[in-house]
Ligand binder design. Structure first.
Ligand SMILES: [Mn+2]
Length: 331
């Protein structure tokens, strides 16, 4: 299955407009997606720190709940509850307006929205859209933009963008670990990014509840098609048992993805009563977005997700059917 092809403007085509927004607008807000990961929030904070260092009034606002696990990112303490009156809004790593959660409203009430992303499924909701689907991380797009407009890459900016790039490539392990990504990693370290700190915080400092939750999820692993289809769940009861919150379930999908026979891995999360999220990871020849598309979700070829207002017991069999169908159709 091939994804719909959308032609987005190149950086060169929109950089003048973006520069004009930065120069003309008094107050700029930066917005990551809901349940922000380090690519989304690191891009927003990196961009904000860079512009602030040249005297711009830039506020970072985050859809609730605040992703406390990303407290280590420089500038995290400057996140605003409410950005107040803003003149322009920059969004990072977010493909759909719905993904802004309780901050969706900011998109509607701001005249100038600059949408910066690398998701092929991006809706193009910005007044200016800078979508580079080939980029390994949105942080990479932000770095190219900042250097093109001559904005400074301070050590704080570099650490944020490094965290974005490092985590979106799975610690430089995923297929999107391109030559360009590795070179950018080196450039960011040269600019002062603390690579060891980011690696420690991303992959080597997990809480006890996180480890317990992972154990519970692995214990209820299901497999079909001789291990080609694997799935598990994170339910409220499991969170309670582990003493964890949903944010601490981040690493579980990586465990499922590491199974050697895996071709499609699914993790179902009971987000709130009656709301279920599925995270999908795939290996060749399967497209993760094909599993999510019937449910209005999206993402990347190898990693995608969808959220539906349905109880887990209703949503899970529907997604499983789509995954089974994909596996059968390739046989
Ligand atoms: Mn990303």
């Amino acid at each position: 299955m091939t994804a719909a092809v959308t032609t987005w403007p190149e950086l060169e085509d929109v950089v003048g407009d973006i520069r004009a927004v930065i120069d003309r607008k008094r107050v700029i807000a930066c917005l990551p997606h809901k349940d922000a990961d380090a690519d989304s929030l690191g891009s927003a904070l990196g961009f904000a720190l860079s512009l602030r260092s040249t005297g711009h009034d830039v506020r970072v606002v985050v859809p609730s709940p605040l992703p406390r696990m990303l407290e280590y990112l420089p500038g995290f303490e400057t996140i605003s509850e409410d950005p107040g009156d803003i003149d322009a809004l920059f969004t990072f790593d977010c493909a759909t307006v719905a993904r802004f959660g309780d901050k969706q409203d900011l998109i509607r009430r701001t005249d100038t929205v600059v949408n910066i992303d690398h998701h092929v499924s991006n809706e193009g909701f910005g007044t200016i859209n800078l979508i580079e689907a080939r980029a390994s991380a949105t942080g990479q797009v932000v770095h190219r933009l900042l250097t093109t407009i001559g904005a400074p890459i301070t050590a704080g900016v570099a650490t944020n963008l490094y965290a974005a790039l490092f985590t979106d490539t799975g610690g430089f392990r995923h297929e999107n670990t391109t030559e360009e990504a590795l070179r950018l990693g080196a450039d960011l370290v040269a600019a002062g990014a603390n690579a060891g700190w980011v690696a420690l915080k991303s992959y080597r400092s997990r809480s006890l509840p996180q480890i317990k939750l992972e154990g519970l999820a692995v214990a209820r692993l299901h497999t079909e098609f001789e291990g080609r289809l694997v799935w598990s769940q994170i339910t409220h009861a499991m969170l309670e048992e582990a003493g964890a919150d949903m944010m601490e379930s981040e690493g579980v999908i990586d465990q499922l993805q590491s199974i050697d026979t895996m071709e499609i891995a699914l993790l179902f999360k009971e987000n709130s009563p009656g709301v279920t999220k599925v995270s999908v990871r795939t290996r060749d020849p399967y497209d993760a977005t094909a599993v999510c598309r019937p449910f209005g979700g999206g993402g990347h070829h190898r990693a995608a997700g969808a959220e539906l207002s349905e109880p887990l017991a209703v949503f899970e069999p529907r997604v499983l059917d789509v995954a089974r169908e994909l596996l059968r159709s390739a046989e």
